[in-house]
Design a protein around this ligand. Structure first.
Ligand SMILES: [Zn+2]
Ligand SMILES: [Zn+2]
Length: 121
């Protein structure tokens, strides 16, 4: 039966549409500047500016935009590196190909500490 596949596809489609909906709103609401590194975006490069959810809940989209933050791909990646991979990959379209550093990310801040220690040695 292909029933499962079909419903998965329409779910993904619905999610994609919803994401485009809030992205458009957020871009109207906020200046096209990354909230972390301060880079400005326009034209084609605007696709590198993504909408981050402050509470990491993509279903929380208040109309006043209080849960949104515009971040460039790199800063967005950074922001999510502190969270679980699952949360990150749920975001879909903003994902960039990942190097196999997932085990580090899973431990969040601890991994950062270990890494720093490593470099010091
Ligand atoms: Zn940035
Ligand atoms: Zn995000």
């Amino acid at each position: 039966m292909s029933l499962d596949k079909t419903s998965n596809q329409s779910l993904a489609e619905a999610q994609r549409r919803r994401e485009e909906g809030y992205r458009e709103k957020a871009l109207k609401m906020y200046p096209w500047v990354c909230g972390r590194c301060g880079r400005e975006f326009s034209g084609k490069r605007l696709s590198e500016l993504t909408v981050h959810h402050r509470d990491h809940n993509h279903d929380n989209n208040p109309p006043d935009g209080s849960n949104w933050e515009l971040l460039c791909l790199y800063c967005h990646d950074n922001e999510h590196a502190r969270y679980t991979d699952q949360q990150y990959f749920a975001e879909g379209s903003t994902a960039t190909p990942q190097a196999p550093k997932t085990t580090f990310k899973a431990f969040g801040g601890l991994a950062e500490l270990l890494k720093q220690k490593d470099e010091a040695d």
